[in-house]
Design a protein around this ligand. Structure first.
Ligand SMILES: [Zn+2]
Length: 583
């Protein structure tokens, strides 16, 4: 039969071409299919030329479909092939009104006045994840317009970019607000010129009293021309700090006094408080709602995903949007995410570092991404936790243990196992009957990942082999106890003197001691040890020995020290330095 008339074959090729097309942006690759089909149909090996002709014709057919059409067919006919992607993306509920927009645009907008910490994880990961799910755009916007109180610092722009990279959040566009002051000025001029904003010269306290009483201050009703004059005086240095503020008009009856005629720009003496990027170039600086509100529109934001503490800001900004004839983006306000025991206040972190309480932004006691990274918390675990919590508006409290359990699942499957002996003491085992070659698996379920190997040669008439074991294990032992050295053999404790123990060999098989539930302990043969120091979550340090196979580890490897815990390797030199993750 001519191959082009073989309908079963055509269908087989069509499936392969559609799957290939879906994973190649809608463009199936004929070349890749020849090998695949030949693998399934060895009988066609002598007819490669004919086969290629059929494949080319099917691929042309498939490639004439759009990626969306290809996906629809695949999902209908072979849903099992798309399962993985689907379950992952189903996790978050759909965005409101997503189909109203040609492209979804979301943002993360930190003030670079500190490194990022777990408290930002939700804003970052949800915005990025939605942009990714909808094949939209994820924008990073530095909101650095307060050179006085929440003063930005150059080092943090870079560390924030690094943190996002570490979290796996690819930034499609980046903006820095301190580059955009002329834009904010332009719109302010328009708002004032249209009579929708004004320059208020009232002392703060007087204004406050009036606004609480729902009364206008005298500046509010001045003609626009006069307010424009004041505005130019502001820009030209005619006022000093605190003498003038631009306010956006709102309904004075708004039930929330904090919304009424909100402040939009103020003067900062940048001779005294220079901005780290633009120095003393500007003295009029926008406040949060003006800069963020304008930018969200100007940058084409379709969805703003942020904490519900921002709800009032939306109410404020909507007045400005109305004046400018703009539609407010879809806003999603999620509840507070509290991590019990995580230390998250930016000002306390900065203060603590200044005072030397913390060693730096990566001090293991902190909840910064730098610290989590140093401790071997994976970005995948953080992401999984955040996506599981979702975008509910109720408050959620999680504990470190919640995060650890996500992390443990990830690490358990991949981490290599090693022995670490904290505070080592000597254990001499007598009457070892033969030379032992210990073959310890790198991973208990994955023998293909290899082994660590140690040879133990019994010495002298006593046939003695000496090990290091942890002081804690040694202290728990009594004379005559039966103990198993993990993956090696069983011993009986004979005597305990000071910092050394003597035992005798009993037997090899684990089955012999399973019934009596003998303790299993980790060990290191004497002369196979390397000094090792583990920094614990409370910043205390545990000294001990790691087995010599650890010399092959590299910084950033995350391993499991058996019966101790997961540990990220920080340094491998004469001494190994690790940071403890969790059990
Ligand atoms: Zn006033």
């Amino acid at each position: 039969m001519a191959l082009e008339n073989d309908n079963d074959l055509r269908e087989q090729i069509r499936k392969a071409a559609l799957l290939n097309g879906v994973s190649h942006d809608g463009k199936a690759q004929a070349g890749a299919l020849v090998g695949k089909i030949l693998g399934e149909r060895q009988d066609l090996r002598s007819r490669v030329k004919d086969l290629s002709t059929v494949i080319n014709s099917v691929v042309n057919e498939v490639n004439s479909l759009s990626l969306g059409e290809q996906k629809a067919i695949v999902e209908e006919k072979w849903p099992e092939t798309q399962k993985k992607e689907k379950t992952e993306e189903k996790k978050l509920p759909p965005l409101p009104n997503a189909n109203k927009y040609a492209q979804i645009v979301a943002r993360f907008s930190p003030n670079p006045d500190c490194v990022l910490h777990l408290g930002s994880a939700r804003a970052i990961l949800l915005s990025h994840e939605y942009a990714r799910i909808y094949k939209g755009k994820f924008i990073l916007r530095f909101e650095d317009t307060d050179p006085k109180i929440k003063k930005p610092s150059l080092e943090f722009y870079e560390s924030i970019r690094d943190d996002l990279k570490w979290l796996g959040c690819k930034v499609d566009e980046e903006y820095i607000q301190s580059d955009r002051l002329p834009i904010y000025y332009e719109y302010t001029e328009r708002l004032i010129g249209d009579g929708n904003a004004y320059v208020c010269e009232c002392p703060t306290e007087e204004f406050r009293k009036k606004i609480i009483a729902k009364q206008a201050c005298p500046c509010r009703s001045l003609p626009a021309a006069e307010n424009l004059e004041r505005w130019h005086r502001m820009l030209n240095g005619g006022y000093t700090e605190g003498q003038a503020v631009v306010r956006v008009k709102t309904d004075l009856e708004n039930p929330n006094p904090a919304v009424r005629d909100w402040p939009a720009l103020r003067i900062i003496d940048t001779k005294k408080y220079p901005h780290p990027r633009v120095g003393s170039k500007y003295i009029v600086w926008p406040l949060y709602n003006l800069a963020a509100g304008l930018d969200d529109h100007l940058m084409g934001m379709t969805h703003i995903i942020r904490g519900k503490e921002h709800y009032t800001n939306m109410v404020r900004q909507k007045y400005m949007y109305q004046y400018l004839g703009w539609d407010y983006p879809e806003a999603i306000h999620y509840g507070r995410l509290k991590i019990t025991g995580a230390f998250l206040s930016k000002s306390k972190i900065v203060q603590g570092i200044k005072e030397g309480i913390y060693t730096g932004f990566d001090d293991p006691r902190l909840g910064t991404f730098l610290a989590l990274r140093k401790r071997g918390i994976t970005p995948e675990a953080i992401k999984k936790m955040i996506v599981d919590v979702g975008i509910k508006s109720n408050d959620v409290t999680l504990s470190w243990e919640n995060l650890f359990s996500y992390n443990r699942k990830i690490l358990d499957a991949t981490s290599h196992r090693y022995f670490f002996v904290p505070t080592p003491v000597e254990l001499k085992v007598l009457e070892v009957p033969k030379i032992y070659h210990a073959k310890l698996p790198m991973h208990p379920e994955k023998p293909e990942q290899g082994f660590r190997e140690y040879t133990m040669l019994p010495q002298g008439n006593e046939k003695a082999v000496t090990f290091w074991i942890s002081k804690k294990d040694a202290e728990a032992m009594e004379t005559d106890d039966i103990i198993r050295l993990m993956e090696l053999f069983n011993i009986k404790i004979e005597s305990k003197i000071d910092n050394s123990e003597t035992a005798t060999f009993v037997s090899e098989s684990y089955d012999d001691i399973r019934k009596i539930k003998a303790p299993l302990i980790q060990w290191i043969p004497k002369c196979e040890e390397v000094p090792c120091q583990i920094v614990m979550p409370d910043a205390t340090v545990i000294e001990g020995f790691a087995e010599s196979a650890c010399k092959k580890l590299k910084p950033d490897d995350i391993i499991q020290f058996e019966r101790f815990g997961f540990t990220r390797i920080d340094e491998v030199n004469q001494k190994i330095v690790g940071y403890y993750s969790h059990k």
